[in-house]
Design a protein around this ligand. Structure first.
Ligand code: C5P
Length: 221
């Protein structure tokens, strides 16, 4: 039998949402379930890769044979990803990282008072773009793009702007795929190519995506 497709490869994958704390009881989160990133981690392991999974706050079991690092906030995810970067051949950013975080986390619970309440948010670092520009950049950097319109144009713009090798776009406006779902469908773009992965269970979609990743990695040499 031929060796598994990702034998000897080291994959770093981020998954899940991030929770940005406002005070001791409240946070800003998002609807990412982590299922796609966890499916990628499990499939990559099954395909022979050594896998490190940086997971936001989700209650999913760790896939067998996968090394998992749990984080909560975008800033913690960034620190964990950058610390793990050396030695990895592939970075796949499947996490739905918060774009904004509260300017400060209050030490006490905010009390009800006025009719309105304003919370100042500040931009977070773009982990994916930072990984792609890093001196220890993995040979293949893969991003995700959740889009509701003009998917290819936005995905290709992200591919160039963030300096990625591949971008996997999903149409989150469509029922039965994407966030909080067991199914997904992806359109994957690279500089001079496109490959569509048919709608189905995230486990199969993950395997198809990783076959493409393996192929792109082989094309590099
Ligand atoms: O720009 P946008 O958020 O649509 O890009 C999505 C991709 O960028 C995903 O791969 C996501 O993991 C990554 N990302 C990141 N850090 C951020 C925001 C997004 O790594 N702060």
């Amino acid at each position: 039998a031929p060796p598994p497709r990702l034998a000897g490869r080291r994959l770093l994958v981020s998954a899940g949402p991030t929770f940005e704390d406002i005070d001791p009881v409240r946070f800003i989160g998002n609807r990412s379930s982590g299922k796609m990133g966890f499916a990628v981690a499990a499939a990559a392991r099954a395909m022979g890769a050594q896998v490190t999974l940086v997971a936001g706050p989700v209650s999913l079991p760790t896939p067998p044979g996968v090394r998992r690092i749990d984080v909560r906030r975008a800033a913690q995810m960034r620190d964990a990803v950058l610390a793990e970067l050396p030695g990895h051949d592939i970075y796949l950013g499947a996490a739905a990282v918060a774009d904004y975080t509260p300017a400060e986390t209050l030490p006490q619970k905010i009390k009800k008072s006025g009719e309105t309440l304003a919370i100042t948010l500040v931009r977070t670092a773009d982990i994916l773009a930072e990984v792609a520009a890093h001196p220890q950049r993995p040979r293949l950097v893969v991003g995700f793009a959740a889009e509701t319109q003009d998917m290819e144009a936005y995905a290709r713009d992200k591919l160039h702007r963030k300096g990625l090798d591949l971008i996997a776009a999903n149409d989150v406006g469509r029922a039965g795929q994407g966030f909080e779902c067991d199914d997904n469908a992806l359109s994957v773009f690279w500089r001079d190519g496109r490959h569509d992965i048919a709608h189905g269970p995230k486990s199969r979609v993950a395997r198809d995506l990783l076959s493409l990743v393996a192929e792109r990695l082989e094309a590099l040499r």
